[in-house]
Design a protein around this ligand. Structure first.
Ligand code: SF4
Ligand code: SF4
Length: 425
Protein backbone atom coordinates (compact mmCIF):
# COMPACT_ATOMS: atom_id res chain seq x y z
CA UNK A 1 0.00 0.00 0.00
CA UNK A 2 1.33 3.41 -0.96
CA UNK A 3 -0.23 6.71 0.01
CA UNK A 4 -0.17 9.27 -2.81
CA UNK A 5 0.90 12.88 -2.65
CA UNK A 6 2.79 15.40 -4.73
CA UNK A 7 6.23 16.95 -4.95
CA UNK A 8 6.25 20.70 -4.39
CA UNK A 9 9.00 23.33 -4.55
CA UNK A 10 10.28 23.58 -0.98
CA UNK A 11 11.14 27.29 -0.76
CA UNK A 12 12.57 26.71 2.73
CA UNK A 13 14.83 29.76 2.50
CA UNK A 14 14.53 30.56 6.23
CA UNK A 15 15.64 27.12 7.37
CA UNK A 16 19.24 28.09 8.13
CA UNK A 17 18.60 31.40 9.90
CA UNK A 18 18.26 31.61 13.67
CA UNK A 19 14.89 32.72 15.03
CA UNK A 20 14.74 36.40 16.02
CA UNK A 21 12.72 37.81 18.92
CA UNK A 22 10.17 40.51 18.01
CA UNK A 23 10.39 43.74 20.03
CA UNK A 24 7.37 43.97 22.33
CA UNK A 25 4.33 45.26 20.39
CA UNK A 26 2.36 48.21 21.83
CA UNK A 27 -0.90 46.29 21.79
CA UNK A 28 -1.89 42.65 21.55
CA UNK A 29 -5.35 41.41 20.52
CA UNK A 30 -6.10 37.93 21.75
CA UNK A 31 -9.03 35.93 20.34
CA UNK A 32 -10.78 33.65 22.82
CA UNK A 33 -10.72 30.81 20.29
CA UNK A 34 -7.43 29.73 18.74
CA UNK A 35 -7.96 26.18 17.62
CA UNK A 36 -10.55 23.44 17.48
CA UNK A 37 -13.28 23.40 20.13
CA UNK A 38 -15.24 25.77 22.31
CA UNK A 39 -14.36 29.45 22.70
CA UNK A 40 -13.13 30.64 26.09
CA UNK A 41 -15.02 33.18 28.15
CA UNK A 42 -12.97 36.31 28.93
CA UNK A 43 -11.91 36.42 32.60
CA UNK A 44 -10.90 40.10 32.40
CA UNK A 45 -12.73 43.36 31.77
CA UNK A 46 -11.67 46.76 30.47
CA UNK A 47 -9.32 48.47 32.91
CA UNK A 48 -7.92 45.27 34.46
CA UNK A 49 -4.16 45.10 34.96
CA UNK A 50 -2.55 41.84 33.81
CA UNK A 51 0.86 40.25 33.98
CA UNK A 52 2.55 37.76 31.66
CA UNK A 53 0.99 34.34 32.21
CA UNK A 54 -2.22 35.54 33.92
CA UNK A 55 -5.34 33.64 32.88
CA UNK A 56 -7.46 35.89 30.66
CA UNK A 57 -9.86 33.30 29.23
CA UNK A 58 -11.20 29.87 30.15
CA UNK A 59 -14.29 27.69 29.91
CA UNK A 60 -15.68 24.59 31.60
CA UNK A 61 -16.21 22.98 28.18
CA UNK A 62 -14.03 19.90 27.71
CA UNK A 63 -12.77 20.68 24.20
CA UNK A 64 -10.91 23.88 25.03
CA UNK A 65 -7.66 25.16 26.47
CA UNK A 66 -7.34 28.27 28.65
CA UNK A 67 -5.76 31.48 27.36
CA UNK A 68 -3.12 33.54 29.15
CA UNK A 69 -1.82 37.05 28.79
CA UNK A 70 1.41 37.22 26.75
CA UNK A 71 2.23 40.69 28.09
CA UNK A 72 1.95 42.83 31.18
CA UNK A 73 -0.28 45.85 30.78
CA UNK A 74 -3.88 47.05 30.86
CA UNK A 75 -6.95 45.53 29.25
CA UNK A 76 -8.33 48.30 27.04
CA UNK A 77 -11.26 46.43 25.45
CA UNK A 78 -13.14 43.15 25.31
CA UNK A 79 -14.90 43.02 21.97
CA UNK A 80 -16.48 40.76 19.37
CA UNK A 81 -14.16 39.23 16.80
CA UNK A 82 -14.76 37.49 13.48
CA UNK A 83 -12.29 34.64 12.94
CA UNK A 84 -10.94 33.79 9.48
CA UNK A 85 -13.09 30.65 9.44
CA UNK A 86 -16.24 32.72 9.91
CA UNK A 87 -16.79 31.91 13.60
CA UNK A 88 -17.41 34.64 16.12
CA UNK A 89 -15.72 34.89 19.49
CA UNK A 90 -14.64 37.48 22.03
CA UNK A 91 -11.27 39.18 21.80
CA UNK A 92 -9.25 40.80 24.59
CA UNK A 93 -7.17 43.88 23.75
CA UNK A 94 -4.19 44.58 26.04
CA UNK A 95 -1.99 47.65 25.92
CA UNK A 96 1.48 46.67 27.02
CA UNK A 97 3.35 48.54 29.78
CA UNK A 98 6.80 47.48 28.60
CA UNK A 99 7.61 45.83 31.95
CA UNK A 100 6.77 42.23 31.07
CA UNK A 101 6.17 41.49 34.76
CA UNK A 102 5.52 37.80 35.32
CA UNK A 103 2.34 36.58 37.01
CA UNK A 104 2.80 34.92 40.43
CA UNK A 105 0.73 32.04 38.97
CA UNK A 106 3.65 31.15 36.68
CA UNK A 107 5.39 28.27 38.43
CA UNK A 108 6.42 24.79 37.33
CA UNK A 109 3.54 22.33 37.76
CA UNK A 110 3.76 19.40 40.14
CA UNK A 111 3.63 16.47 37.72
CA UNK A 112 3.55 13.00 39.28
CA UNK A 113 1.39 10.78 37.10
CA UNK A 114 -0.79 10.70 33.99
CA UNK A 115 -3.59 12.74 35.55
CA UNK A 116 -1.34 15.55 36.80
CA UNK A 117 0.53 15.51 33.46
CA UNK A 118 -2.68 15.93 31.46
CA UNK A 119 -3.93 18.58 33.93
CA UNK A 120 -0.66 20.49 33.54
CA UNK A 121 -0.90 20.32 29.74
CA UNK A 122 -4.45 21.70 29.92
CA UNK A 123 -3.52 24.52 32.30
CA UNK A 124 -0.59 25.45 30.04
CA UNK A 125 -3.08 26.39 27.32
CA UNK A 126 -1.39 23.98 24.92
CA UNK A 127 -3.01 23.28 21.56
CA UNK A 128 -1.40 21.48 18.62
CA UNK A 129 1.18 23.93 17.27
CA UNK A 130 1.34 22.39 13.81
CA UNK A 131 -1.81 24.13 12.67
CA UNK A 132 -4.81 21.96 13.53
CA UNK A 133 -5.11 23.30 17.06
CA UNK A 134 -6.75 20.41 18.93
CA UNK A 135 -6.34 21.06 22.69
CA UNK A 136 -3.39 18.78 23.48
CA UNK A 137 -4.78 17.44 26.77
CA UNK A 138 -7.73 15.96 24.85
CA UNK A 139 -5.32 13.91 22.75
CA UNK A 140 -3.31 12.73 25.77
CA UNK A 141 -6.14 12.03 28.19
CA UNK A 142 -7.38 8.79 26.63
CA UNK A 143 -8.89 6.01 28.71
CA UNK A 144 -6.04 3.60 29.53
CA UNK A 145 -8.54 0.88 30.43
CA UNK A 146 -10.04 0.72 26.98
CA UNK A 147 -7.09 1.70 24.80
CA UNK A 148 -3.49 0.61 24.66
CA UNK A 149 -1.20 3.17 23.09
CA UNK A 150 2.26 1.81 22.30
CA UNK A 151 3.75 4.44 19.99
CA UNK A 152 4.04 8.20 20.09
CA UNK A 153 4.47 9.63 16.59
CA UNK A 154 6.19 13.02 16.54
CA UNK A 155 5.17 14.92 13.44
CA UNK A 156 8.18 16.89 12.25
CA UNK A 157 7.40 16.72 8.53
CA UNK A 158 6.56 20.39 8.01
CA UNK A 159 5.62 19.53 4.44
CA UNK A 160 4.16 22.83 3.26
CA UNK A 161 6.48 25.08 1.24
CA UNK A 162 8.13 28.05 2.99
CA UNK A 163 7.36 26.99 6.60
CA UNK A 164 10.43 26.25 8.75
CA UNK A 165 9.28 27.02 12.30
CA UNK A 166 9.25 23.34 13.37
CA UNK A 167 12.62 22.83 11.72
CA UNK A 168 14.07 25.74 13.75
CA UNK A 169 12.54 24.23 16.91
CA UNK A 170 14.50 21.03 16.29
CA UNK A 171 17.70 22.96 15.60
CA UNK A 172 17.35 25.50 18.42
CA UNK A 173 15.55 23.48 21.11
CA UNK A 174 16.47 19.83 20.54
CA UNK A 175 16.75 19.12 24.28
CA UNK A 176 13.20 20.42 24.82
CA UNK A 177 11.93 18.22 21.98
CA UNK A 178 13.59 15.11 23.43
CA UNK A 179 12.51 15.91 26.99
CA UNK A 180 8.90 16.56 25.88
CA UNK A 181 8.88 13.16 24.17
CA UNK A 182 10.42 11.42 27.18
CA UNK A 183 7.94 12.99 29.61
CA UNK A 184 5.03 11.98 27.39
CA UNK A 185 6.34 8.39 27.14
CA UNK A 186 6.83 8.27 30.91
CA UNK A 187 3.51 9.66 32.12
CA UNK A 188 1.39 7.98 29.45
CA UNK A 189 3.28 4.71 29.79
CA UNK A 190 4.02 4.47 26.05
CA UNK A 191 6.74 2.09 24.91
CA UNK A 192 8.36 4.02 22.11
CA UNK A 193 8.37 7.11 19.93
CA UNK A 194 9.17 7.76 16.30
CA UNK A 195 10.02 11.20 14.94
CA UNK A 196 9.03 11.59 11.28
CA UNK A 197 11.17 14.22 9.53
CA UNK A 198 11.20 15.01 5.81
CA UNK A 199 14.56 14.57 4.11
CA UNK A 200 14.81 18.28 3.20
CA UNK A 201 15.87 19.09 6.80
CA UNK A 202 19.37 17.58 7.03
CA UNK A 203 20.53 19.74 9.95
CA UNK A 204 17.44 18.93 12.03
CA UNK A 205 17.87 15.22 11.21
CA UNK A 206 21.52 15.35 12.26
CA UNK A 207 20.80 17.09 15.55
CA UNK A 208 17.79 14.98 16.47
CA UNK A 209 19.68 11.78 15.63
CA UNK A 210 22.53 12.87 17.90
CA UNK A 211 20.23 13.95 20.74
CA UNK A 212 18.18 10.75 20.72
CA UNK A 213 21.12 8.35 20.30
CA UNK A 214 21.21 7.43 23.98
CA UNK A 215 17.48 6.63 24.23
CA UNK A 216 16.71 3.38 22.40
CA UNK A 217 12.97 4.07 22.65
CA UNK A 218 13.13 7.02 20.22
CA UNK A 219 13.59 6.35 16.51
CA UNK A 220 14.19 8.92 13.78
CA UNK A 221 12.37 8.13 10.56
CA UNK A 222 13.55 10.12 7.55
CA UNK A 223 10.66 10.56 5.13
CA UNK A 224 10.43 11.71 1.51
CA UNK A 225 9.72 15.41 1.11
CA UNK A 226 6.33 14.75 -0.39
CA UNK A 227 3.18 16.74 0.30
CA UNK A 228 1.06 16.15 2.46
CA UNK A 229 3.57 14.08 4.46
CA UNK A 230 2.52 15.93 7.62
CA UNK A 231 -1.18 15.05 7.37
CA UNK A 232 -1.92 13.01 10.48
CA UNK A 233 -2.99 9.80 8.76
CA UNK A 234 -0.19 10.00 6.19
CA UNK A 235 2.38 10.59 8.93
CA UNK A 236 1.02 7.70 11.02
CA UNK A 237 1.18 5.30 8.07
CA UNK A 238 4.60 6.36 6.81
CA UNK A 239 6.23 6.17 10.24
CA UNK A 240 4.56 3.04 11.64
CA UNK A 241 2.87 1.23 8.74
CA UNK A 242 -0.45 1.47 10.58
CA UNK A 243 -3.32 2.51 8.33
CA UNK A 244 -5.87 4.71 10.08
CA UNK A 245 -9.10 3.96 8.32
CA UNK A 246 -12.26 5.81 7.64
CA UNK A 247 -13.88 7.05 10.88
CA UNK A 248 -10.82 5.99 12.88
CA UNK A 249 -8.43 8.04 14.98
CA UNK A 250 -4.73 7.34 15.60
CA UNK A 251 -5.81 6.16 19.09
CA UNK A 252 -7.74 3.33 17.42
CA UNK A 253 -4.43 2.05 16.05
CA UNK A 254 -2.44 2.44 19.26
CA UNK A 255 -0.91 5.78 18.27
CA UNK A 256 -0.76 9.36 19.44
CA UNK A 257 0.45 11.85 16.81
CA UNK A 258 1.95 15.03 18.23
CA UNK A 259 3.61 17.99 16.52
CA UNK A 260 7.31 18.42 17.31
CA UNK A 261 6.98 22.03 18.55
CA UNK A 262 4.14 20.92 20.83
CA UNK A 263 6.49 18.35 22.40
CA UNK A 264 9.12 21.06 22.97
CA UNK A 265 6.54 23.38 24.50
CA UNK A 266 5.35 20.70 26.95
CA UNK A 267 8.90 20.27 28.19
CA UNK A 268 9.44 24.02 28.57
CA UNK A 269 6.15 24.42 30.42
CA UNK A 270 6.89 21.64 32.88
CA UNK A 271 10.33 23.12 33.53
CA UNK A 272 9.33 26.79 33.84
CA UNK A 273 5.55 27.01 34.29
CA UNK A 274 5.33 29.64 31.52
CA UNK A 275 2.12 28.91 29.60
CA UNK A 276 1.65 29.18 25.84
CA UNK A 277 1.98 32.95 25.37
CA UNK A 278 4.33 33.20 22.40
CA UNK A 279 5.38 31.14 19.43
CA UNK A 280 7.87 30.83 16.58
CA UNK A 281 6.43 31.82 13.20
CA UNK A 282 7.95 31.84 9.71
CA UNK A 283 7.50 35.10 7.78
CA UNK A 284 8.20 34.69 4.07
CA UNK A 285 6.86 35.34 0.56
CA UNK A 286 7.93 37.26 -2.53
CA UNK A 287 7.21 40.73 -1.05
CA UNK A 288 9.00 39.98 2.23
CA UNK A 289 12.38 41.74 2.13
CA UNK A 290 14.02 39.74 4.89
CA UNK A 291 12.31 36.34 5.33
CA UNK A 292 12.91 34.91 8.79
CA UNK A 293 11.53 33.03 11.77
CA UNK A 294 10.26 35.30 14.52
CA UNK A 295 9.42 34.54 18.14
CA UNK A 296 6.42 36.75 18.93
CA UNK A 297 3.73 37.14 21.59
CA UNK A 298 0.36 35.60 20.76
CA UNK A 299 -1.96 38.44 19.74
CA UNK A 300 0.69 40.45 17.86
CA UNK A 301 -0.85 42.09 14.76
CA UNK A 302 0.61 40.25 11.79
CA UNK A 303 1.32 43.63 10.12
CA UNK A 304 4.01 44.11 12.82
CA UNK A 305 5.57 40.75 11.98
CA UNK A 306 5.56 41.63 8.28
CA UNK A 307 7.09 45.06 8.91
CA UNK A 308 9.76 43.52 11.12
CA UNK A 309 10.68 41.26 8.18
CA UNK A 310 10.96 44.31 5.86
CA UNK A 311 7.77 43.65 3.93
CA UNK A 312 6.29 46.20 1.57
CA UNK A 313 2.72 45.69 2.78
CA UNK A 314 1.33 47.95 0.01
CA UNK A 315 2.61 45.43 -2.54
CA UNK A 316 1.15 42.42 -0.73
CA UNK A 317 -1.86 41.27 -2.74
CA UNK A 318 -2.28 38.08 -0.76
CA UNK A 319 -1.42 37.48 2.90
CA UNK A 320 -1.76 33.96 4.25
CA UNK A 321 -1.83 32.60 7.79
CA UNK A 322 -0.22 29.19 7.29
CA UNK A 323 1.27 27.64 4.18
CA UNK A 324 0.38 28.19 0.52
CA UNK A 325 -1.50 24.88 0.34
CA UNK A 326 -3.72 25.00 3.44
CA UNK A 327 -3.28 28.51 4.83
CA UNK A 328 -6.14 30.96 5.19
CA UNK A 329 -6.22 34.32 3.40
CA UNK A 330 -6.10 37.31 5.71
CA UNK A 331 -8.32 40.24 4.78
CA UNK A 332 -7.01 42.55 7.52
CA UNK A 333 -3.22 42.87 8.06
CA UNK A 334 -3.89 43.67 11.72
CA UNK A 335 -5.29 40.16 12.26
CA UNK A 336 -3.62 38.82 15.43
CA UNK A 337 -1.09 36.00 15.55
CA UNK A 338 -2.73 32.95 17.14
CA UNK A 339 -1.40 29.83 18.86
CA UNK A 340 -1.76 27.60 15.80
CA UNK A 341 -0.16 30.03 13.36
CA UNK A 342 3.16 28.63 12.13
CA UNK A 343 3.61 31.00 9.16
CA UNK A 344 2.68 34.37 7.71
CA UNK A 345 3.23 34.53 3.96
CA UNK A 346 2.85 37.63 1.80
CA UNK A 347 2.76 37.55 -1.98
CA UNK A 348 2.50 40.21 -4.68
CA UNK A 349 0.59 40.10 -7.96
CA UNK A 350 -0.86 36.65 -8.63
CA UNK A 351 -0.25 35.15 -12.06
CA UNK A 352 -3.24 32.83 -11.84
CA UNK A 353 -4.61 31.80 -15.26
CA UNK A 354 -8.34 31.26 -15.78
CA UNK A 355 -9.74 27.78 -15.30
CA UNK A 356 -10.76 25.63 -18.27
CA UNK A 357 -12.93 22.53 -18.66
CA UNK A 358 -11.97 19.26 -16.99
CA UNK A 359 -10.13 17.02 -19.47
CA UNK A 360 -10.59 13.86 -17.37
CA UNK A 361 -6.85 13.36 -17.04
CA UNK A 362 -7.17 11.76 -13.58
CA UNK A 363 -4.23 13.65 -12.08
CA UNK A 364 -6.34 14.90 -9.19
CA UNK A 365 -7.27 11.32 -8.31
CA UNK A 366 -3.63 10.19 -8.41
CA UNK A 367 -2.57 13.11 -6.22
CA UNK A 368 -5.17 12.64 -3.51
CA UNK A 369 -3.45 11.05 -0.49
CA UNK A 370 -6.65 9.38 0.62
CA UNK A 371 -7.83 8.19 -2.79
CA UNK A 372 -10.83 10.46 -3.23
CA UNK A 373 -12.09 11.44 -6.69
CA UNK A 374 -11.90 15.23 -6.69
CA UNK A 375 -13.12 15.62 -10.30
CA UNK A 376 -16.30 13.66 -9.56
CA UNK A 377 -16.75 15.45 -6.25
CA UNK A 378 -16.63 18.77 -8.07
CA UNK A 379 -19.35 17.71 -10.50
CA UNK A 380 -21.51 16.47 -7.63
CA UNK A 381 -21.00 19.72 -5.74
CA UNK A 382 -21.88 21.84 -8.79
CA UNK A 383 -25.09 19.81 -9.12
CA UNK A 384 -25.77 20.10 -5.36
CA UNK A 385 -26.04 16.31 -5.40
CA UNK A 386 -25.68 15.59 -1.69
CA UNK A 387 -26.23 11.83 -2.03
CA UNK A 388 -23.31 11.52 -4.45
CA UNK A 389 -21.12 13.77 -2.31
CA UNK A 390 -21.83 11.44 0.61
CA UNK A 391 -21.17 8.32 -1.45
CA UNK A 392 -17.87 9.73 -2.72
CA UNK A 393 -16.95 10.58 0.90
CA UNK A 394 -16.47 14.33 0.56
CA UNK A 395 -16.45 14.38 4.37
CA UNK A 396 -13.03 12.67 4.39
CA UNK A 397 -11.33 15.42 2.39
CA UNK A 398 -8.66 17.08 4.51
CA UNK A 399 -8.39 20.08 2.19
CA UNK A 400 -4.72 19.52 1.54
CA UNK A 401 -5.07 21.20 -1.87
CA UNK A 402 -2.98 18.58 -3.74
CA UNK A 403 -5.77 18.02 -6.28
CA UNK A 404 -6.12 21.72 -7.11
CA UNK A 405 -2.34 22.04 -7.39
CA UNK A 406 -1.95 19.31 -10.03
CA UNK A 407 -5.04 20.09 -12.08
CA UNK A 408 -4.00 21.30 -15.57
CA UNK A 409 -7.43 22.91 -15.96
CA UNK A 410 -6.89 24.85 -12.70
CA UNK A 411 -10.23 23.67 -11.29
CA UNK A 412 -10.98 24.83 -7.73
CA UNK A 413 -11.27 21.26 -6.47
CA UNK A 414 -10.15 21.56 -2.85
CA UNK A 415 -12.11 24.76 -2.39
CA UNK A 416 -15.29 23.10 -3.64
CA UNK A 417 -14.71 20.12 -1.37
CA UNK A 418 -14.63 22.47 1.59
CA UNK A 419 -17.97 23.91 0.50
CA UNK A 420 -19.28 20.40 -0.22
CA UNK A 421 -18.65 19.40 3.39
CA UNK A 422 -20.74 22.35 4.54
CA UNK A 423 -23.47 21.44 2.04
CA UNK A 424 -23.61 17.89 3.45
CA UNK A 425 -23.86 19.24 7.00
S1 SF4 B 1 -8.01 18.44 -1.01
FE1 SF4 B 1 -9.22 16.63 -0.47
S2 SF4 B 1 -9.76 15.70 -2.42
FE2 SF4 B 1 -8.08 17.15 -2.82
S3 SF4 B 1 -6.23 15.90 -2.68
FE3 SF4 B 1 -6.55 16.76 -0.65
S4 SF4 B 1 -7.75 15.22 0.46
FE4 SF4 B 1 -7.89 14.70 -1.73
S1 SF4 C 1 -6.95 17.02 -12.62
FE1 SF4 C 1 -8.37 18.57 -13.32
S2 SF4 C 1 -8.61 18.18 -15.50
FE2 SF4 C 1 -7.68 16.34 -14.60
S3 SF4 C 1 -9.44 15.01 -14.05
FE3 SF4 C 1 -8.98 16.23 -12.25
S4 SF4 C 1 -10.36 18.00 -12.45
FE4 SF4 C 1 -10.25 17.08 -14.45
Amino acid sequence: MKLSGIFLPHNKGTQDSACVKLPLPKTVRIPMLMGIGAPCVPLVIKGDKVKVGDFIGDTDKLMAAPIHSPVSGTVTAVEDHLLLNGRLCKLVVIETDGEQSISPDVMPPNVRDKRSFCDAVRISGCVGLGGAGLPTHIKLNYDQNTRKINCLVINAAECEPYITSDCRTMIEQPDSVVDGIQQTLKYLDIERAVIGIEDNKPEAIRIMTEKTASDGRIEIKVLKSKYPQGAEKVMAYNTTGRLIGDRQLPLDKGLIVMNVSTAAFISDYIRTGMPLVSRRVTVDGDVVGNPMNIEAPIGTPISELLKFADTDIEKAKKILMGGPMMGLCVYDPDTPLIKTNNAILAFGESRKKPQTACISCGRCVSACPIKLMPCRLEKAFDAHDIDTLRRLRADLCMNCGACSYVCPARRSLAEKNQLAKMLIK
